[in-house]
Design a protein around this ligand. Structure first.
Ligand code: 6PG
Length: 484
């Protein structure tokens, strides 16, 4: 019996994806660089579906019906190139190769073009949801040709999670579009987690709440506008005691240096090229980087002064009587900052789509992020509605629902940022989101002065508000203005 689809790369994500596919009735060929993982998968989970093990690339490729569909699930970067190089000579025209890892979209564009020359369809597909999602239903962001999608779409719709009967998978666009959108998804994931961490920090060290108390706060937040997977698991992590020391919160023994595999950094690097301000994501990436500079942080501890004693700590800067109101302010600030982070992320998706001619539908991305993925959240329904109501929405912040939600929370947001500054508790995500909001809504920006400075030191010229053209002042001469 020939297999309908194959998966190569059987580490946790690949193994779970293969099991998910087989559980949906597809005869699934499985292959791994080392045989042990292939054998283990068939032995342990063979009863879940029909697996066809392949112990060499040739065996694997030969076990597939033609035209072949092969999912590659290996580490992004050189490992992916190595697998493709090994498979490519064994493939035939019309075969489809799917890269379901977290590849950089530029690599996907390069690989797609190279395989297209050989008549092979290469589809870069974003898969989110971690180990559990891969097995039980991830959110899938498929890029690649229409032709590839015609074959892949129904399989992905089967294995993806569904929300309100709609599968969390849709064709994102050609070549690198799927991986680009997955990259921005991860960038938003970074921003979201940074904001949650800031909320925790303010309530823990500004208000003196214990992790257990905060687990309850996050659980209650998960019943409102903030309802999301990340808020839900925040409560779980905060509630957890150190398994080796009962009574000690786990969060207190976890080293406070955040790691990153690269997708957040790529998002910011790409945003710089596209000229899209994703300040929320950038703050999150930089905050992780700073957390990792342990030596530098250690050198600064006890040397650089903070606010006057008593400003920080239990009841230090928020009187106990105002504590509940402050908790609610932090919730509002978190929500408003989150809306900004998503607004920026969606702006970036639109900018990337325009730059590369992908035709990505932002509302469709909100739709497939409602379930399965790490940033799944109730409010993605609202984002979906926002783009349905106005497909060319200039900013998510201008959708009436979000504009109103942020307007209602903005005073609280300002109070929280003020408190964080006064208490010396860094909240770069909250404060930079607020600065973005204020910069966006003002009628005149301070950039007029920047333009003036550029003209003075470099004759870079400026535009005027009242006349068309480029203007320059003869700064070192008679001070007259000329038009270029
Ligand atoms: C997902 C996650 C997944 C992975 C991140 C973690 O959507 O399922 O985003 O892709 O957990 O890449 O990224 P960092 O290690 O960079 O935090």
């Amino acid at each position: 019996q020939k297999a309908q689809i194959g998966v190569t790369g059987l580490a946790t994500m690949g193994r779970n994806l293969a099991r998910n596919i087989a559980r949906h009735g597809y005869v699934t060929a499985v292959h791994n660089r080392s045989d042990a993982k292939t054998k283990a998968l068939v032995e342990e989970f063979g009863h879940e579906g029909t697996f066809v093990p392949g112990y060499t690339s040739q065996e694997f490729v030969d076990s597939l019906e033609s035209p072949r569909t092969i999912i590659v699930m290996v580490k992004a970067g050189p490992a992916t190139d190595a697998v493709i190089e090994e498979l490519a000579p064994l493939l035939s025209e019309g075969d489809i190769v799917v890269d379901a890892g977290n590849a950089h979209f530029a690599d996907t564009r390069r690989r797609e073009a190279a395989l297209r020359e050989r008549g092979v369809h290469f589809a870069g597909v974003g898969v989110s949801g971690g180990e559990e999602g891969a097995l039980l239903g991830p959110s899938i962001m498929p890029g690649g040709s229409e032709h590839a999608y015609a074959k892949l779409g129904p399989i992905f719709a089967d294995i993806a999670v569904s929300v309100d009967g709609t599968p969390c998978s849709t064709h994102v666009g050609p070549d690198g579009a799927g991986h680009f959108v997955k990259m921005v998804h991860n960038g938003i994931e970074y921003a979201d987690m940074q904001l949650i961490a800031e909320a925790y920090d303010l309530l823990r060290h500004g208000l003196g709440r214990t992790p257990k108390q905060l687990a309850e706060v996050f659980t209650s937040w998960n019943e409102g506008d903030l309802e999301s997977f990340l808020i839900e698991i925040t409560a779980r992590v905060l509630d957890k005691d150190d398994p080796t020391q009962e009574g000690t919160p786990l969060v207190d023994v976890i080293l406070d240096e955040a790691e990153q595999k690269g997708t957040g950094r790529w998002t910011v690097q790409t945003a710089l090229d596209l000229g899209t301000p994703v300040s929320g994501i950038a703050e999150a990436v930089f905050a992780r980087a700073l957390s990792g500079h342990a030596e530098q942080r250690k050198a600064a501890q006890g040397v650089l002064p903070g606010p006057a004693a008593g400003a920080e700590g239990t009841g230090g800067f928020v009187a106990e009587a105002d504590a509940e109101a402050f908790v609610d302010d932090v919730r509002a600030a978190l929500y408003a900052s989150k809306v900004v982070a998503y607004a920026q992320g969606f702006d970036m998706i639109r900018a990337g789509s325009t730059e590369y001619g992908w035709g990505v539908d932002p509302g469709a991305m909100a739709t497939i992020w409602r379930g399965g993925c790490i940033i799944r959240a109730k409010f993605l329904d609202r984002i979906k509605d926002a783009y349905a109501n106005q497909p060319d929405l200039p900013s998510l912040l201008l959708d009436p629902y979000f504009a109103d939600a942020v307007a209602k929370g903005q005073e609280a947001w300002r109070r929280v940022v003020t408190h964080s500054v006064q208490a010396g508790i860094p909240a770069p995500g909250f404060s930079s989101a607020l600065a973005y909001y204020d910069a966006l809504r003002r009628d005149r920006s301070s950039a007029a002065l920047i333009q003036g400075l550029r003209d003075l030191f470099g004759a870079h010229t400026y535009k005027r508000t009242d006349r068309a053209g480029d203007f320059h002042v003869d700064w070192s001469g008679d001070g007259t203005e000329s038009q270029g």
